[in-house]
Design a protein around this ligand. Structure first.
Ligand code: HEM
Length: 116
């Protein structure tokens, strides 16, 4: 699975932490996370991604369409955020083809997150 190829839960969690660090350093998308506990956010998104990448534990959290319903995220903002995931993967030393396969999995939630 992609989960195994990336190095399992610890590796996915480390990439997710860097993903949110990149987001918080980007003023075009950082404000969405004002007041959010980023340690919890990292753990939740890492858990979601582990499941989506073929890991052994099912996602036990909330429905992503409901979670993101009133945020007004645009397609352009989502694309920016995907770029931050791509950077996090690349800076972790993940091979380019595995980066793109992982990004493709994250892209499957675009329709649940984009509402504007
Ligand atoms: C929760 C914003 C993309 C997965 C949240 C929350 C915010 C947010 C503010 C916290 C909601 C709350 O606690 O009240 C955004 C923005 C995105 C984006 C602005 C893109 C522009 C994504 C993507 C994924 C994702 C690409 C998955 C790959 C999650 C998960 C939660 C969450 C798993 C927690 C759900 C739960 O509480 O059970 N998001 N998100 N988000 N987001 Fe996103």
């Amino acid at each position: 699975t992609l989960f195994e190829q990336l190095g399992g839960e610890a590796a996915v969690t480390a990439v997710t932490a860097q993903f949110y660090a990149n987001i918080q350093a980007d003023a075009t998308v950082a404000n969405f996370f004002n007041g959010i506990n980023m340690a919890d956010q990292t753990n939740k998104t890492a858990s979601f991604l582990c499941a989506a990448l073929g890991g052994p534990k099912a996602w036990g959290g909330r429905n992503l369409k409901e979670v993101h319903a009133n945020m007004g995220v645009t397609n352009a903002q989502f694309t920016t955020v995907i770029g931050h995931l791509r950077s996090a993967l690349t800076s972790a030393g993940v091979a380019a083809d595995l980066v793109e396969q992982t990004v493709a999995v994250a892209e499957t939630v675009r329709g649940d997150v984009v509402t504007a």
